[in-house]
Design a protein around this ligand. Structure first.
Ligand code: ATP
Length: 228
């Protein structure tokens, strides 16, 4: 079963073509990397899938169905850094996030444990490292137990320890059975974390498929994934 299927997605901003006739499918249970250098269209693609942007042409389906608002609410998204309150604890911030999302409080302890912040739940957000803040943002995505998670460059701006922790967390979420769609400009990140990849360059899909098959082709790495 494919979680997401894109058919000829095209997006123009005025005369700029950000995505040009892009088609691929995301299999259920995959960690699917959308790999490309800055400006290749990754954020635009995630925005279209989450209904923040409208495609100029093309269609897509979730679980074989045309997307609906109700279906999108079942997807956990981290497209930009959420606004947490610096002077409140991580736990209090998650309670507020749960209220805003209309989710109950009963999952708060378990999501804090999943992102390895349970022991630090009473600490103020302002005392957290960038990596911890990002893990709290992922915890917020996990409220309501979505089957699909969409992350835009989840390790961006983090130090090596923070990067390693987020990558480990993504792999653990995948082991639990989540499907994860993540944009990245780092080839090594996709190699380490993802099972599948779509490579974008200047809005064009270079190739898509299983990481082991796609990334062994040096021509493709040359064309699509250097200098990211
Ligand atoms: P980055 O990693 O820098 O976010 P990206 O791969 O996510 O890059 P997009 O942000 O989707 O790429 O941008 C794709 C193209 O569309 C780029 O040429 C960008 O300049 C252009 N673009 C993105 N948003 C807008 C906008 N709101 N108005 C005009 N052009 C835009």
């Amino acid at each position: 079963m494919d979680v997401l299927t894109l058919n000829g997605i095209t997006k123009y901003y005025g005369r700029i073509c950000a995505l040009n006739n892009v088609s691929f499918s995301v299999p259920e249970g995959s960690v699917f990397g959308i790999l490309g250098p800055n400006g290749s269209g990754k954020t635009t693609m995630l925005g279209i899938v989450m209904d923040i942007l409208k495609a100029s042409a093309g269609t897509f389906t979730f679980m074989g169905q045309p997307p609906t608002a109700a279906m999108r609410r079942r997807i956990g998204t981290l497209l930009e850094t959420p606004n947490f309150y610096h002077y409140l604890s991580a736990e209090r911030n998650l309670r507020i996030a749960a209220e805003i999302k209309g989710k109950g409080f009963e999952q708060i302890d378990s999501v804090l444990q999943k992102v390895n912040l349970y022991e630090r739940r009473a600490s103020k957000f302002s005392t957290y490292s960038l990596g911890m803040k990002q893990r709290l943002a992922i915890a917020s995505c996990l409220l309501g137990d979505p089957e699909v998670l969409v992350f835009d460059e989840p390790t961006n701006g983090l130090d090596p320890v923070g990067i390693a922790e987020i990558r480990e967390l993504i792999k653990n979420l995948a082991k639990e059975g989540k499907t994860i769609i993540m944009a990245s400009h780092m080839l090594d990140e996709v190699e380490k974390v993802c099972t599948h990849v779509a490579i974008l360059k200047f809005g064009n899909l270079i190739t898509a498929g299983n990481v082991d098959e796609v990334l062994v082709n040096e021509d493709i790495v040359e064309v699509g994934a250097t200098n990211m």
